[in-house]
Design a protein around this ligand. Sequence first.
Ligand SMILES: [Zn+2]
Length: 115
Amino acid sequence: MQGVPPNSNTCQLCGAAEETVTHLFLDCPFLLRVWRSGPWPLDLSALGLQSMVDWIKLLLNPITAHNVNPDDEHAFVVYAVIVMDSLWFARNQKVHHNTSADPNVIFQSIQRCYK
Ligand SMILES: [Zn+2]
């Protein structure tokens, strides 16, 4: 069928790994590139996050977990949610509309949402 990838278990953004929730939101090289470009340049791969629970714990306490300035705590959480939503949207656009996913385009979209 046209538009359906031959292996639907492959990550639609990087094409280099099995698509799991953990991969998509914590490990995907595509995601890591988007995060490194943001106002809080995070290297998610260096944080030792093993699960979404770990990630949510960090989001709930970013000041101690990642030295986020207390004045920026709310903004950091909002930014993280926008990143995850944008990645999920890009993934669905690729799956359902066969659009290409470009980290730079997603990053620009995130910047527009975040302003
Ligand atoms: Zn991936």
